[in-house]
Write a protein that binds this ligand. Structure first.
Ligand code: HEM
Length: 166
């Protein structure tokens, strides 16, 4: 009668669109660069706390871009839909993939928001921002390994879904 939460909230499509694929890889690259430039954010924070002007901070610009692009990505996902995770519906691997993707989305929003709260609002949540960023990187590493496992061990061509638009 009722489908899973995923089926009710998001339409199921046969593949990702060009916009979804472009956003996936653009956000992926920006997240990795933001993680490696985290020290720059810390340095800017120290300057501001000592009463100085931080000026243009690449890490902050990256974080704001990621937040905006992830919101666009979610809007596109809700509007157009996304393909179902591979495997039989309700199987452990499909449930794990769906919740894994939700966790990534949650962290992709919460981590930059934590940065905004720290840098612009002066809230003492810098440690959570850093911890969240590290958890996000670990979850993404697992996500990439699963994608490679599908591609090269299960040989189900999963990587093609996030490379070629449908
Ligand atoms: C910062 C890095 C990354 C982030 C934040 C990220 C995030 C995501 C998210 C949230 C989805 C689900 C899209 C949706 O259904 O709306 C997805 C799908 C996908 N990603 Fe990534 N990803 C990253 C890097 C990678 C890498 C390095 C690979 C390959 C090695 C990869 C391969 C895939 C594949 C194959 C899918 C499609 C899965 C499916 O069709 O069920 N991703 N990614």
């Amino acid at each position: 009668m009722y489908g899973s939460l995923e089926e009710v909230v998001v339409k199921t499509t046969t593949g990702y669109s060009g916009v979804q694929i472009a956003l996936h890889w653009l956000v992926a690259i920006l997240i990795v660069i933001a993680w490696f430039t985290g020290e720059g954010g810390k340095h800017a924070m120290d300057t501001v706390e000592k009463g100085g002007a931080a000026g243009f901070v690449p890490h902050v610009a990256l974080g704001l871009s990621i937040l905006a692009l992830v919101l666009v990505r979610l809007l596109v996902r809700f509007g157009r839909g996304a393909p179902a995770a591979p495997g039989s519906p309700g199987s452990l691997s499909v449930i794990a993939a769906d919740w894994g993707h939700r966790l990534i989305y949650l962290l992709m929003i919460a981590v930059p928001l934590g940065g905004v709260c720290t840098f612009f609002l002066g809230l003492d949540v810098g440690d959570f921002h850093e911890l969240g960023a590290n958890v996000l990187m670990i979850v993404i590493l697992g996500h990439a390994l699963m994608a490679l496992y599908h591609q090269y061990v299960l040989k189900d061509g999963l990587l093609g879904r996030i490379m070629r638009a449908e």
